[in-house]
Write a protein that binds this ligand. Structure first.
Ligand SMILES: *[C@@H]1O[C@H](CO)[C@@H](O)[C@H](O)[C@H]1NC(C)=O
Length: 534
């Protein structure tokens, strides 16, 4: 019997898949640290698969209207591909950047205006890069012909040969990446006017100051510019011009710095002019102090080399009040802890995380953290003040925070024939109890749980005079314990009084009679052992 999935069920599946892919993605990128771009893409495909699942659910009304605006904007400058022209356009141009999208997909809707804006900028800059888009749902054949498998996908074609897109997803980042791939890895700024014009367009960039654009250090700089896929590099050789883009620039020798649009605006590099050293510096400094999580940047955030991450969930206004203090704290944990803000109203992004803490309904700001190396989660349970956040982060960094396990409030079980166990009571009531405990592990959404619950109720009645056996149940969707390692529901576990570390799994497919017989058998065997020991 298959029940129609309820919305709660769908939400859970989303949570589960998202969180699983989140942790797998992270583990994968840890084992192969040198291959980040590919890991990113794997992550994207996983998350896209999640999107496809979710977006087949017909509840995308709000998405549709904003998407219409986006489309009109993009149409002005971006070439539209279809089943007739795709192959011709891709093969007949030196550089084409294709966006494969689907009209119903929120991630596509978020990317399209950025893509259109990038197309406009590139055109103004006289870039040879042709920007094109393909509705991959309407033209599936054309899409598969050029290798578009998910939405949204960006692919670069150079004389008809495809290249994986490894850039960022804001208009600025698309332009930067597009220029790097079409022979302009570094922008040279020669006058104050040019510098001022540049600053209007670019908010995050890397500046290199050189007396002369030559020599091994300069070559390392250009190499770094080519290898990096997100940041615009600029080169300057005039003191005055350099001061416009980086006020504290040191023009006595070589100089490299990164500029960002936030309080921590200018960061000076003090390492050697070697490609890999420069790239490492940028990797640690390119994220803003606090990154806002979006559909588009989520994969990049999850796969960041910084594995300690503090998440702040709040409404826009609540977050504004917290931002300054967060930025201050973030400065002290730079390149050790990443700070991420999630709009608590954004269900797709916030809910899967809040569910992990049983705080789906929260309207107050929530500060949580993840140690993605150890797959542990933490919750700031005191008020999110500057001091408390600072202390929380210190604990996270030094591994002294207690991990968070979900638990409902402790229930009153005095009259119950089947005891309700929660995360907080699992240790005392199951593991440390002197009795045998038959524990039913269920979730509200699991399909076969109801049948098993009925069996357990009957068994409890049947064994009610057996004082050494306690019947209990735990809702695993709302309760966790480090020693309760069940991921299949329903599960029946018999914790024998003399061996709590090794519960016996009883088959939930068994009949009532078989279950009763099995319980009897195990308890008898246990008595036998006890007798033998005497
Ligand atoms: C693309 O093909 C043209 C014509 O064969 C060639 O001149 C050009 O160098 C090629 N571009 C790249 C980036 O390989």
């Amino acid at each position: 019997m298959i029940r129609k999935p309820t919305s709660k069920f769908v939400l859970f599946i989303l949570t589960f898949v998202l969180v699983t892919s989140y942790f797998t993605g992270i583990m994968a990128s840890e084992s192969v640290p040198s291959d980040n771009d590919e890991e990113d893409l794997e992550g994207i495909e996983e998350l896209l698969a999640v999107d496809e699942e979710v977006e087949r659910q017909p509840d995308g009304e709000s998405v549709k209207s904003s998407e219409a605006e986006v489309l009109t904007k993009a149409q002005r400058i971006v070439l539209e591909l279809n089943s007739d022209n795709t192959k011709r356009v891709v093969d007949g141009n030196e550089f084409v950047l294709v966006l494969g999208y689907a009209p119903w997909c929120p991630r596509s809707a978020e990317l399209m205006p950025q893509f259109a804006e990038a197309a406009t900028s590139l055109k103004e800059l006289g870039s040879p890069l042709l920007m094109a888009k393909l509705d991959a749902e309407r033209y599936p054949k054309a899409a598969s012909l050029i290798g578009i498998k998910g939405f949204p996908t960006l692919i670069l074609f150079v004389n008809g040969t495809s290249q994986v897109y490894t850039g960022g997803f804001t208009a600025e980042e698309i332009v930067t990446w597009g220029r790097k791939k079409t022979g302009v890895p570094v922008i040279r700024i020669s006058s104050v006017t040019e510098a001022e014009k540049f600053l209007k367009k670019y908010h995050t960039f890397v500046i290199g100051f050189f007396q002369k654009y030559e020599g091994p250090e300069y070559e390392e700089f250009v190499d770094a510019a080519k290898s990096d896929s997100e940041l615009q590099f600029v080169e300057v050789s005039n003191d005055e011009v350099a001061k416009v883009v980086f006020p504290d620039v040191q023009t006595t020798g070589l100089f490299l710095g990164i500029v960002k649009s936030e309080p921590e605006r200018y960061t000076t590099y003090d390492g050697a002019f070697q490609r890999d050293k420069i790239l490492e510096f940028l990797e640690n400094n390119k994220f803003p102090l606090v990154t806002k999580l979006t559909e588009i940047n989520s994969v990049r955030v999850y796969s960041s080399p910084v594995k300690l991450q503090v998440f702040v969930f709040a409404e826009e206004d609540g977050f504004k009040n917290l931002l300054e203090c967060l930025q201050d704290v973030a400065k002290t944990f730079k390149s050790k802890i990443m700070f991420i803000y999630v709009d608590i109203k954004d269900e797709n992004l916030a809910k899967p995380f809040l569910t992990l803490f049983g705080l789906e309904e929260s309207e107050d700001p929530v500060v949580a953290a993840f140690d993605n190396r150890a797959s542990k989660k933490f919750l700031l349970e005191s008020k999110p003040t500057r001091n408390n956040i600072q202390e929380f982060c210190t604990g996270l960094l030094h591994g002294t925070l207690l991990p968070f396990f979900k638990s409902l409030p402790i229930p009153d079980n005095r009259e119950a024939s089947i005891k309700t166990i929660v995360g907080k009571t699992f240790g005392d009531a199951v593991l440390s109890s002197p009795k045998n405990v038959l524990l039913e592990v269920y979730t509200p959404w699991c399909i076969n749980c109801e049948a098993t619950s009925k069996h357990v109720e009957k068994l409890a009645k049947h064994f009610k005079d057996l004082d050494s056996l306690v019947f209990a149940r735990i809702d695993a969707s709302a309760n966790e314990h480090p020693k309760l390692l069940v991921d299949d529901y329903p599960t029946l576990l018999l914790y024998q009084a003399n061996d709590k570390a090794n519960p016996i799994k009883l088959s939930t497919k068994s009949s009532l009679k078989e279950l009763a017989a099995s319980i009897n058998k195990h308890l008898k065997a246990q008595d036998q052992v006890a007798k033998d020991e005497l």
